[in-house]
Ligand binder design. Sequence first.
Ligand SMILES: Nc1nc2c(ncn2[C@@H]2O[C@H](COP(=O)(O)OP(=O)(O)OP(=O)(O)O)[C@@H](O)[C@H]2O)c(=O)[nH]1
Ligand SMILES: *[C@@H]1O[C@H](CO)[C@@H](O)[C@H](O)[C@H]1NC(C)=O
Ligand SMILES: *[C@@H]1O[C@H](CO)[C@@H](O)[C@H](O)[C@H]1NC(C)=O
Ligand SMILES: [Mg+2]
Length: 394
Amino acid sequence: MAIARPVRALGLAAIVMWCFFLWNMFSPSAPIRKPNDFNGVFERDPNLDPTGEPEGVLVRTSEDYAPGMKASARINATLLALVRNEELEGMLSAMDDLERTWNHKFNYPWTFFNEVPFTEEFKKKTQAKTKAECRYELIPRAHWDMPSWINKDLYEESAKVLLKNDVQYADKLSYHQMCRWNSGMFYKHPAIADMQYYWRVEPNVHFFCDVDYDVFRYMQDNNKTYGFTINLYDSPATVPTLWPETLKFIAEHPEYVHENNAMDWLTDKVRRPEHNRKAGGYSTCHFWSNFEIADLKFWRSKAYEDYFNHLDRAGGFFYERWGDAPVHSVALGLFEDASRIHWFRDIGYQHIPFFNCPNSKKCKGCVTGKLTDGESFLYKEDCRPNWFKYVGMN
Ligand SMILES: Nc1nc2c(ncn2[C@@H]2O[C@H](COP(=O)(O)OP(=O)(O)OP(=O)(O)O)[C@@H](O)[C@H]2O)c(=O)[nH]1
Ligand SMILES: *[C@@H]1O[C@H](CO)[C@@H](O)[C@H](O)[C@H]1NC(C)=O
Ligand SMILES: *[C@@H]1O[C@H](CO)[C@@H](O)[C@H](O)[C@H]1NC(C)=O
Ligand SMILES: [Mg+2]
């Protein structure tokens, strides 16, 4: 998601502290730190080796993943991109990176979604980037159009107010539609009805590290629901009533809240009390959903469907600018067992302006541990420390 415009820069001391924290977090010889050494930062587990593959990886031969072969090893999964024809170059670049570092070994199909038909040029050039099958799917109007219960005038008035509060893209209807589709529609598309897992990819993102195992099989073998790389604060002005609506929903459906939830991560107010206050009790912490590797079963569950419908009726996809990242993250944090959410620390990743860059010889082209190449005040947007503090590293 887009990040908020700069409010004001942090003092030098805070920047230095964060650099020090990041260095400690990713450095191979990092000393073990006690909780609260750095503003509530997690205790580093000396047994964790960020350079290796995660435990539970089953090694398979390349035979299992021959192109076009419905190999028994390959599970029902796809790389998935919502993209416009005009973003072809950025898509090709993202494909180059992901094919080179991972998919040429596994040949999972690509599924491209668009609300208008893909051009022949788009199809030809994307297919040329991979040996795997590419599918080009049209989004049904009923999944994309503004729903009937949204008041257009109210939407337009709200957009003006949001823009005044520095909410980027608030007056871009397609941006609201995109966030809603990614929140509650993509997994309903008939083209992926047989799929169980997906890896979401956006144009212009980068992948830096060779990943030598089948991440979908890792998800399955380890009973994981959701994998992320980057975990951030959001702009509270985009989600003023998301949390209040969520509280109404869980008051009606307490049975959906998992006993091992991540409520503390969702409601922390120690690190950024102003964010929590402006977002009505929500920390605004979220998995940055331009990258996600996930089990579609979660989105297709009754709990999530009921939750999405509640939010959709409340109108915040249009009257506010609820992103799919906070919506996904709040749902996961409440309804899923937190131990089934995995940090893919070994997947080097960038979507401007943030990185996940592991300490590993398998990575090229990013700076170990560096969160951002944007302005230094962006360092305070990192919410991983809270995730590690409240939930842990698994
Ligand atoms: N087909 C289609 N794809 C869209 C549309 N709007 C956004 N997308 C795609 O949805 C994803 C997210 O949109 P972005 O514009 O990148 O949103 P963002 O990441 O919050 O914003 P940036 O920080 O500017 O990248 C990208 O993969 C876009 O290609 C749309 O109207 N039609
Ligand atoms: C994949 O999906 C198809 C269609 O639903 C199903 O027949 C097949 O058994 C699935 N394959 C695996 C490995 O789960
Ligand atoms: C996967 O995790 C869920 C939730 O913790 C649990 O109910 C289920 O039994 C687990 N399945 C396996 C195969 O471990
Ligand atoms: Mg983007």
